[in-house]
Write a protein that binds this ligand. Structure first.
Ligand code: NAP
Length: 485
């Protein structure tokens, strides 16, 4: 096995696989994909909680170059998305490039040799000319700091590490968190558990989910030339139309709020429960969730929504902030992921021995979420400020993959060994970005979300429409980069 690949990709989720496919198509065959787990798929391998499915229509949440006319539903379940990714690996012959059980623990740039040393947890070292990190932002589970959490005796697990050996049937279950994952698994637990105590800190905004099975006849039609692409294009523009409220003025979100409030009123007749579930911040400030079965699950007799907060966890119970003790058999944490920290935590040492933590001490900053000054030939996919509130991140990944290829072509054209984005270019880019983000719903909407860092600065989301990002990353401006060697 070569430990001197020309290019090293980290992660085999949508980002890593998309990059690998396009590298091969462009004639680059000397690359490896390092994957920490023993199977591919990233988030769609890890998240196996009951009810897990995509919340972006599948015809858009897939590669534009590998359309799938056979999605079973508009919003496909996890297993089907994972199958799709495996099919892509087979179709594009990626298997020989995959290296499983290789968790990258360190990246070190060698100024003399002008290459990267990539160390993995099993002691292997890969020496490589370029590193492309496709590790995504949401894969390190975040557990709340609640006194006594480790004392609990029953099954207790995070939504992204679902313990399928724990049978929740007939049990008293506590769920902490009401985010994007929880709204999908809560209905599944509610129909099985004897009691479900749902600890909600902030009610999410929820809209109807336009989901339906796609009939075999419809799938046959989608298999006709041009049909799947036409459907994708119409979904693209329907989602893009939602960008206005996000990227122009939060006041344009009112129609979205009205739709969500009608949905709540239609599904929750009890005014007291409805009041608990009514958000007090602008819609879009946190991710807008789509569900048809979450609210009905909360109206069941065996389900209780608790808004008092969790004060303590004991061996067999949870104590809420009013001092009330609730006996439970199991706890499920739907408390999201460690986000920006996950990236800044990595041991990455760039030019002149500079650590990424030093480079990012005032905040995580990159150029278009892809390159960062002082770290030549290190590329991020789905890096900082490239997340979306309104659209499919697979679209962003494809724009980034094309940009990385343009960078590699620039290197071949000029004969340079590496490229490093100029600090002043990165500075100007981030100043513009942050001045746009300041007035948008994520900062102005009156909520606190994982999009904002500890200083309240948005390090997660792209502030414009996706076609703007696509247009801006179509070409690499050589003057934005220092060419090395
Ligand atoms: P999340 O949306 O960040 O939700 C975490 C939940 O846990 C929130 O309700 C949060 O409350 C609560 N929480 C966190 N810490 C807490 C504490 N100490 N005490 C009480 N409650 C606490 O996490 P997620 O549901 O795992 O989703 C994360 C992201 O993954 C989403 O935004 C989305 O981008 C993605 N996702 C996508 C899909 C999909 O496509 N189907 C599904 C799941 C997730 P607060 O709101 O008060 O912070």
């Amino acid at each position: 096995m070569s430990t001197r690949p020309g290019i090293t990709i980290i992660g085999s989720g949508f980002a890593g696989l998309g990059m690998a496919i396009k590298l091969k198509e462009a004639g680059y065959h000397d690359f490896v994909i390092l994957e920490k787990a023993d199977d591919l798929g990233g988030t769609w391998r890890d998240n196996t909680y009951p009810g897990c499915a995509c919340d972006v229509p599948s015809h858009m949440y897939s590669f534009s170059f590998a359309l799938n006319p056979n999605w079973s539903r508009m919003f496909s379940p996890q297993a089907e998305i994972w199958d799709y990714m495996r099919a892509c690996v087979t179709r594009y012959g990626l298997a020989p490039h995959l290296r499983f059980g290789k968790e990258v623990v360190g990246l070190e740039y060698d100024d003399g040799a002008r290459n990267w040393r990539v160390s993995t947890g099993d002691g292997a070292v890969f020496t490589t000319n370029a590193v492309i990190s496709g590790t995504g932002a949401l894969h390190v589970p975040s557990f709340p700091r609640i006194p006594g959490r480790e004392r609990f005796r029953g099954p207790a697990f995070h939504s992204a590490e679902w313990d399928h050996s724990a049978d929740l049937t007939g049990r008293r279950v506590a769920v902490i968190g009401t985010g994007a994952s929880a709204v999908q698994f809560v209905p599944r637990i509610a129909e099985r558990a004897s009691r479900l105590h749902l600890f909600q800190r902030t009610p999410p905004w929820i809209q109807p989910r336009p989901d339906f099975p796609i009939s075999s006849r419809m799938r046959a039609v989608l298999g006709l030339p041009g049909a799947a692409r036409t459907l994708r294009a119409s979904i693209y523009w329907a989602l893009e139309a939602r960008a206005l409220g996000f990227t122009v003025d939060p006041r344009l979100m009112r129609a979205h709020e009205a739709l969500a409030l009608r949905h709540l009123a239609a599904q929750v007749p009890d005014p007291a429960l409805r009041a608990k579930l009514t958000p007090d911040y602008t819609i879009g400030c946190k991710r807008i969730l789509l569900s048809n079965d979450y609210y009905p699950a909360l109206t069941r007799d065996n389900v209780e929504v608790i808004t008092d907060g969790v004060a303590e966890i004991r061996e067999n119970s949870i104590v809420d902030a009013t001092g009330g003790e609730i006996e439970v058999d199991a706890i499920v944490y739907g408390t999201g992921f460690k986000v920006v920290e996950a990236m800044a935590d990595r041991r990455i040492v760039g030019r002149n021995g500079r650590k990424i933590q030093e480079a990012w001490q005032d905040g995580v900053e990159t150029y278009y979420g892809i390159t960062t000054a002082g770290f030549p030939n290190l590329f991020f996919l789905l890096g900082p400020n490239t997340g979306l509130g309104h659209h499919s991140v697979v679209f962003m990944i494809e724009s980034q993959v094309r940009y990385v290829l343009e960078c590699l072509r620039l290197l071949s054209r000029t004969g340079a060994r590496a490229l490093d984005v100029r600090p002043e270019v990165q500075r100007a880019f981030n100043d513009r970005l942050q001045s746009r983000l300041r007035d948008l719903v994520w900062s102005e909407g009156g909520c606190r979300s994982w999009y904002l860092d500890e200083h309240g600065v948005n390090r997660a989301v792209w502030p414009g429409p996706t076609f703007e990002y696509w247009a801006r990353t179509r070409k690499v401006r050589p003057e934005a980069y220092e060419l090395i060697g």
